[in-house]
Ligand binder design. Structure first.
Ligand code: HEC
Length: 102
């Protein structure tokens, strides 16, 4: 019994620090990809630097799953032809910068 408790403690202690819903994404790469393919259309919709589409009060995305789905959808619309890893990078960027999902 003691051993099990000890092993469990060890497991908890060795768990990697939590990296949010896009652990494989690199926000820096995401920022560059996003700037290339995503900003201009959002700017034409909301003005400014386009980021208001992510920070407006009535924004649509309410979960990491929805964020993922929206990135895929807009990726297809934009014709960016990103691979899933690239969508992950952009997910990490948008989550760090705007959505802050845990
Ligand atoms: C052709 C125009 C266009 C392009 C290009 C585009 N988007 Fe969008 N984006 C939209 C529209 C339209 C919406 C929906 C606005 C609404 O529902 O009010 C949107 C909304 C979003 C949202 C949800 C915002 C919210 O309400 O929380 C995300 C996230 C997003 N886009 C990501 C991207 C990404 C990532 C790219 C680059 C691959 C991209 N978009 C490129 C048109 C575009």
């Amino acid at each position: 019994m003691k051993l099990i408790v000890m092993l469990f403690g060890l497991l908890l202690a060795s768990a990697p620090s939590f990296a949010g819903p896009f652990p494989k994404g690199d926000a820096k790469i995401g920022k560059t990809l996003h700037g290339k393919s995503c900003v201009s259309c959002h700017v034409s919709m909301v003005g400014g630097d386009g980021s208001a589409i992510y920070s407006r009060l009535e924004r649509k995305v309410k979960s990491p799953q929805q964020l993922q789905a929206r990135i895929s959808g807009c990726n297809a619309n934009a014709g960016a032809n990103w691979f899933p890893e690239e969508e992950n990078h952009v997910g990490a960027y948008l989550n760090n910068a705007y959505y802050h999902f845990k």
